[in-house]
Ligand binder design. Structure first.
Ligand SMILES: O=C(NC/C=C/[C@H]1O[C@@H](n2ccc(=O)cc2)[C@H](O)[C@@H]1O)c1cc([N+](=O)[O-])cc(O)c1O
Ligand SMILES: [Mg+2]
Length: 214
């Protein structure tokens, strides 16, 4: 049967990247998406903004919702200090399998815990399962209608501390209007929009960074 896009992306990484070299894995995926097949990775332009926020926060605990093929997982993991706890959540088993292989190809498998399941099911259990009290940095890049319910779960289960930073992809395209309205109007967050473009295109998109004030 025909391969899937994630499988073809993995093949491109195995063919064009250097094992153990995260930068080459990132470049190989971006090249594949620009010259072979578009895919919904955060991409190089928004990826640089992601890098700068991760570097600025220098988190001890990280959560990513929406691993997909592991592109942003590799971008984040390559910047983390040793001992950082990094959990990434993927719902689709086939995507999770590709992501595990891409993360391992980059040599970052020891820095990342990939959990298969739905964010709504997992968030209430994170403290118990992974011994995490609060997350310093959260990257939201999963189903866009889950951003708002999930940030409310973070609040409900006490997973945010004063200074926690949430970074949300696609707040313009495909768009997350209810989430934006919430973080921009809630007195509990200080939000800032980083204008950019939809990965590998000229379409407007951007990232919203929200600081939890406690
Ligand atoms: O739809 C988009 N992203 C949805 C991502 C979904 C991913 O999150 C996982 N997940 C993990 C945990 C869950 O609880 C639910 C899903 C899903 O299994 C999938 O791997 C999207 C679309 C465009 N676009 O241009 O159309 C551009 C983007 O940058 C996007 O991120
Ligand atoms: Mg996205």
């Amino acid at each position: 049967t025909r391969s899937t896009r994630p499988q073809r992306m993995l093949k491109a990484v195995q063919k064009n990247a250097i094992r153990g070299n995260p930068e080459s894995v990132i470049s190989a995926i971006d090249y594949f998406c620009k010259h072979s097949e578009w895919a919904m990775n955060v991409g190089d332009e928004k990826g640089c903004i992601l890098d700068s926020v991760v570097t600025e926060v220098d988190p001890s605990t990280v959560l990513e919702l929406g691993t997909y093929c592991g592109y942003s997982t590799v971008r984040i993991a390559r910047l983390l200090s040793p001992g950082t706890k990094f959990i990434t959540v993927e719902f689709n088993p086939a995507s999770a399998e590709v992501a595990r292989k891409i993360i391992a190809y980059a040599g970052l498998q020891d820095k990342v815990t990939l959990v298969e399941g739905a964010s709504g099911d997992l968030i209430p259990q994170i403290k118990k399962l992974y011994g995490i009290t609060t997350f310093d940095f959260i990257f939201l890049d999963h189903w866009k209608d889950r951003y708002l319910p999930d940030i409310k779960l973070f609040e409900e289960y006490g997973l945010l501390g004063k200074g926690s930073v949430l970074l949300a992809d696609n707040v313009i395209c495909p768009g997350t209007p209810e989430y934006l309205e919430y973080v921009r109007n809630s007195p509990r967050y200080e939000s800032r929009y980083y204008p950019s473009h939809l990965e590998y295109t000229k379409v407007e998109d951007g990232l919203e960074k929200s600081l939890f004030l406690g």
